[in-house]
Design a protein around this ligand. Structure first.
Ligand code: SF4
Ligand code: SF4
Length: 371
């Protein structure tokens, strides 16, 4: 047990001796950090009350933080050679290399840029794009969020590095399905969905239902209905004693969970796309935290270039850059000018089926007409 009272208190709450794993310079300043300074986008100086300094170099990494051990070793070599032997990985997938002088921080920046990785993602820039894992380890993905994220990075890198100025911080989240594991509090949320409610063969779908209406009455809720997050699947006993199934389209968010447990639920693959939501933020700056608003219910998700998604995201950023005040996040700007003006600037017609929808069960399937 450490003699340091601050460390003792932390260990009580987190019953692992985590300070043992910290680099010495960080360990001896636990609880003593009092200030910070910024040196361009991507280098941050942290100042301790002891007079110690740590410099963080923020490195943009591949979507969903996927990289080979060989690449990781190269970063570790840089952290050992020029840093204080410490790296940190943020929840958004930035890799941060820690060092003890600005000169070394600048050299680290040069080394990682030589490897092909950008440094940035801090202040009024594009921060690391948050991507869920999607197909690689998840069972419910509809679109491959990391490959969409990669393409967005390719087009938006100057915003990440600060080469092109933005009015304020910009966070983008890409989710492979409407579960949206990254949440709805990013400035731009891109959420994969099937584009329409499932169809099914009424006879074959019986293989996923209780064998009789009596079993249903006895409380046997079939998994295909149980997994539906919005209660869009209704099962009912028929007069002939068998069981039927209905999908209530107005409730369906096209997530595909029903198909994960019942092969007889089907989707039209040509309708796979993403919904685009804007204006979310978790911070209390400007008008405070706000959830995203769905502005475009469906854009096709066509790999490998995802041109349509890139075009929409770039357009949103362009109109925001051209019209927002300094420091105004997308949500604050839209709240000031109004959604109608935002749509006008985006040059998107507001129709019955293409209109702003606060996050709700209406998410996902409206683009294909009446439900
Ligand atoms: S958002 Fe959907 S696809 Fe992505 S990890 Fe979560 S559940 Fe899986
Ligand atoms: S796609 Fe999702 S929301 Fe729609 S019926 Fe299936 S489980 Fe329910």
């Amino acid at each position: 047990m450490t003699a340091d009272p601050v460390a003792q208190r932390l260990q009580k709450r987190l019953p692992v001796p985590y300070t043992e794993w910290l680099p010495e310079l960080v360990r001896r300043n636990v609880g003593k950090w009092v200030d910070r300074r910024f040196h361009g986008y991507g280098i941050i100086e942290h100042i301790s009350s002891t007079g110690d300094r740590v410099f963080t170099v923020k490195v943009g990494t591949p979507p969903n933080f996927r990289m080979s051990t060989e690449t990781m070793r190269k970063f570790i070599d840089i952290a050992d050679k020029l840093g204080i032997g410490g790296i940190k990985i943020t929840r958004n997938g930035n890799l941060e290399i820690l060092t003890d002088s600005l000169d070394k921080a600048v050299k680290i920046k040069e080394e990682v840029e030589k490897m092909g990785f950008p440094v940035g993602g801090w202040g009024p820039t594009l921060w690391s794009i948050n991507s869920c894992t999607a197909f690689l380890t998840c069972t419910t993905a509809v679109v491959d969020a990391p490959s969409i994220t990669k393409v967005l990075y390719d087009h938006l890198k100057p915003y990440f590095t600060g080469e092109v100025k933005l009015p304020a911080k910009l966070r983008i989240n890409v989710s492979g399905c409407p579960s949206s594991c990254g949440g709805f509090t990013s400035d731009i949320n891109i959420v994969g969905h099937y584009g329409d409610a499932p169809t099914y063969d009424p006879e074959r779908v019986k293989l996923c239902l209780p064998r009789s209406a009596k079993a249903l009455e006895a409380g046997h809720v079939p998994e295909v209905a149980e997994v539906c997050p919005t209660g869009a699947i209704k099962v009912y006993g028929k007069p002939d004693g068998t069981v039927g199934l209905d999908v209530i389209r107005s409730k369906c968010i096209a997530c595909g969970r029903c198909r994960d447990v019942c092969d007889w639920m089907d989707f039209d693959e040509s309708k796979i796309g993403v919904a685009i939501l804007v204006g979310g933020k978790a911070s209390n700056t400007g008008r405070g935290s706000m959830p995203s608003i769905q502005v475009i219910p469906w854009v096709p998700a066509i790999p490998p270039e995802y041109r349509e998604i890139v075009a929409v995201v770039k357009k949103i950023i362009d109109v925001w850059r051209a019209n927002a005040r300094e420091g105004e996040r997308i949500g604050d700007w839209i709240a000031r000018v109004g959604m109608e003006q935002f749509y006008k600037l985006l040059e998107i017609p507001v129709t019955k089926w293409n209109k702003p929808v606060a996050i709700s069960g209406e998410f996902g399937i409206r683009q294909f007409g009446p439900i």
